[in-house]
Design a binder for this molecule. Structure first.
Ligand SMILES: Cc1ncc(COP(=O)(O)O)c(C=O)c1O
Length: 396
């Protein structure tokens, strides 16, 4: 029987027309191209996955007859996992959230989605730094928010420029920032700007959404205070375990004022109801046994080595005029290639066997056309030089 072609598009909700784009699907699509030397996705190196420890924990749960790991959980998270994550935040950020200030989420992205769901009506204003994490742009656009971009420099978001715009009448509900080893720019927000930013939030009555996805993956010794630890009254922190544990369990957290966390929990009831128990129990044990601390030390060394190799290759191979940021942690370097259409370059690079992400995906306003994000996290170390040589030869 012939199937009638229907026009479903006419029935789609207005929010689907919010120009969310296909950015995340585009980047995840690189996982299906193992033939590429890929600097594309911000994926952790599989060398960091705790395979044996994960197997040990699963066997323990099964053999001990434990039901919790295989059951639904409270929407806010398992009490033990909340306690372990709270303890870790205390250890690494110097502040322990109270019991009603923390929520376990299904990845960092769910924390952002829940913040959007809680705060954003159509036309509400969100300020982001430019460039920024495309998943955040997509999450906020999904709620039909307006997005205003404030520029960054090597010290992160230009807080003085933000202040100027606020004084001129800008009225955001939310300000989204990635203060540590930013995605995609690889820079961090300076200590002075952190203090200034939270003061602006207090003065102008907006909420800071702090994304700490790469905070622990610093290459040096210096860590600056998290915005949430500086100002827990005006900051919601969105965290993820995807880069330090494993993305296969899709776990993260949101920490913030109790009144806001209660709304996030409420919103989570009809997204996924609760984050997966199996992952939560694994994460709890992974933290309690000190395994996460051991892994973070190894991961830092690995990503540092790869980052240095990438920068050396870029330095050696890129033609004059090209510039790039020098990551001190995280996964990324941000290239500026004057006069180049980097969307077109991305297609040509893929033909030459190299995966990159065009800069325009990291802006909400069409900028970034001369930029490229290079990720050094997952690419095989021995292929970095070859990949950068191929990319550079396209620019010659
Ligand atoms: C800045 C930033 N925030 C959040 C996420 C999402 O993390 P998750 O995989 O836990 O959803 C990512 C992942 O790349 C990221 O780069």
């Amino acid at each position: 029987m012939a199937v009638t072609q229907r026009n479903w598009d006419a029935l789609f909700a207005a929010r689907t027309r919010g120009d969310v784009g296909e950015g995340i699907a585009f980047v995840l699509g690189f996982l299906g191209r193992p033939d590429l030397i890929s600097f594309a996705g911000g994926f952790p190196d599989p060398l960091t996955f705790p395979r044996e420890r994960a197997a040990t924990l699963l066997a323990e749960f099964a053999e001990s007859g434990e039901a919790t790991a295989f059951q639904y959980t409270p929407t806010q998270g398992l009490a033990g996992t909340l306690d372990a994550v709270a303890g870790r935040l205390d250890a690494v950020q110097g502040r322990r959230p109270a019991d009603d200030e923390l929520l376990i989420t299904s990845g960092g992205i769910e924390a952002l989605e829940l913040v959007g769901k809680t705060f954003l009506d159509r036309g509400d204003l969100v300020v982001v730094e430019g460039p920024t994490y495309l998943g955040a742009i997509m999450a906020f656009r999904g709620f039909e928010a307006e997005i205003e971009t404030v520029p960054m420099d090597e010290d992160g978001l230009q807080v003085d420029e933000l202040e100027r715009r606020l004084d001129a009448g800008l009225r955001p509900k939310l300000l989204y920032t990635i203060p540590d080893h930013q995605n995609p720019a690889g820079v961090s927000l300076s200590a002075e700007r952190r203090e200034a930013l939270v003061e602006l939030a207090r003065r102008h009555g907006f909420l800071v959404v702090e994304d700490v996805a790469y905070r622990e993956l610093t290459f040096g010794d210096e860590t600056l205070p998290s915005l949430w630890s500086l100002a827990p009254d005006v900051v919601v922190q969105a965290g993820t375990t995807s880069k330090t544990f494993l993305p296969g369990v899709r776990l993260g957290w949101a920490a913030g004022p109790a009144e806001i966390v209660a709304q996030l929990v409420s919103g989570k009831q009809n997204t996924d109801q609760c984050s997966g128990a199996l992952g939560q129990r694994m994460l709890e044990e992974y933290i309690r046994r000190g395994w996460i601390d051991e892994q973070v030390v190894k991961s830092r060394a690995l990503y540092r080595r790869k980052g240095e190799r990438l920068l050396a290759a870029v330095e050696r191979a890129m033609p004059d005029g090209v510039s790039w940021t020098r990551a001190t942690g995280g996964f990324y370097s941000w290239l500026t290639i004057p006069g180049c259409d980097t969307t077109e370059l991305t297609a040509r690079a893929a033909e030459a066997g190299v995966g990159i992400v065009p800069g325009a995906l990291f802006y909400a306003d069409g900028r970034g056309g001369e930029n490229v994000r290079l990720s050094f996290s997952m690419v095989d170390e021995s292929l970095i030089d070859e990949g950068i040589d191929r990319l550079a030869s396209l620019l010659a």
